[in-house]
Design a protein around this ligand. Sequence first.
Ligand code: FEO
Ligand code: CA
Ligand code: CA
Ligand code: CA
Length: 559
Amino acid sequence: ARAQAAAHGGFAFEPIGISTDHEIHVPEGYQWKTLVRWGDALWSDAEGAYDAETGVSVEMSDKVFGENTDGMELFDVDGKEVIAVNSEYVNPKINLPAASEGVPASAEEVMLLKNLQGVTVMEVAMGNDGYEVVKDSPHNRRITHETQMTMDGPAAGHDLMKTNADPEGMSPKGTMNNCGSGRTLWGTYLTCEENFNGYFGATGAYDETEGVVRYGIGGEGRYAYEKFDARYDLSQEPNEPNRHGWITEIDPSDPDSTPVKHTALGRFKHENAEMVQAADGRVVVYMGDDERGEFIYRYVSNGFYEEGGSTEGLLSDGQLFVAKFNDDMTGEWIALTPDATGMSLEETLVFSRIAASKVGATTMDRPEWIAAHPAKAEAYCALTNNSKRGGDGMPVNAANPRETNEYGQIVRWVPAGDDHGADTFNWDLYVMAGNPVVYDNAYAGSENVTDGNMFNSPDGMAFDSQGMLWIQTDGDDSNEGDFEGQGNNQMLVGNTETGEIARFLTAPNGAEVTGLCWNLDRTVAFVGIQHPGGSWPDGNGAPRSSVIQVWREDGQPVG
Ligand code: FEO
Ligand code: CA
Ligand code: CA
Ligand code: CA
């Protein structure tokens, strides 16, 4: 393997070319297979629940794997391998009867859509032919828009959280639009609510407050929930959207545990949550807000974590900061305190975007996943693209240097003193994606982008145990015009020492690649394929978002 690695710029595989078909491609010497598809049973009484013509019935909809897989993490639960995985959204046109044209006609159809989203916790195990979901495992669990949760941190119980159904403002239901993921140092799952705004609508008049406007809430809900469920109707429950847009912690080892929404980590369109530790033992969580011109945040606990020690207060008592990337390649974390923002502590958390704008944070090109190097103090954020960069209120800056940025870049920061707890850092761009065949200016990308590895719209990211950065894309897969030669969305591997980047996997046309974790001995990588096109993977019927497994034929580790 070493000779092979040396032959390919430090990569243990021969990089692959682009694809434009409806298949998955991996390098020579690797294999792939689906692990679980939208509609596959998690319990044996739901076997056969998925029908290629009609999808899944409402009765079975919370007993199967949800649609549009996204962030995921694998946990060692008493020696069992348990994956927690997000289902970000549903495609109503393929889940509802054809006559509905994608608009639910009843409370029952709304429930079907709610149940096919959220989070799945499932045990997996090696079977006769690769990994399989362990049906009926006591660890299996579905968490949906209806699951009872609790809330902690400064904003829990605040007036902004109170609704008719929950006058104490402490007992929210459900987590929605679960995009990226994270894991705590103590082995729990963090799921991130991203485009929660789209789930709310109004059947009557409502207040267009600054918060409603800044978070893009209002108008018509994307799934018409508000017509059948007052919880989603702004004219009846104006505070319900305040109970979404949070990081939610789930204990994958206890299927009866109550998920906790952590208000101390701020409310925005959360992409993922990357937890590391400061030099003194405080817990640090890096988080991106995926919208054009929004920000990168950091949370630092007041308490300290020691392995096996108490976790009390670590995600409820701390300080939220926002990043400023200076043009001289220094940067700072600005604390969102009442003094700095002129807002109450609770308001800085519920309306973090507004607070961050007040302190002069740097507008970014859609912050997606953040990944921290496992062996040294460095963090990376995928800035996926930004069609509005250069427009009103969003001038170019050194970290977001291109107008109408359709390719994206990955920014890297190194905290002062190699300490994630430090309030200053130095930064650079690890890569600027681009097209060196079409352009010979900044849109060609940085030097580590070539006609052999080019891509657009980096999104999902994770480091493997060897310190290699795996990069997943969610971009334009037309293979035309500015994107000619880039093909379908893909997963690449970046060497962060040399800058080299090599293409490892290509997705079916129409899909993005999002979500990556490994089995316990790292011989299998699990990869999420969201919103595929064609009839992938079944070859007939609707396309089915799936988690796949990828392994080396010689049984060596994949990362
Ligand atoms: Fe759900 Fe920003 O990706
Ligand atoms: Ca994403
Ligand atoms: Ca994206
Ligand atoms: Ca997506």
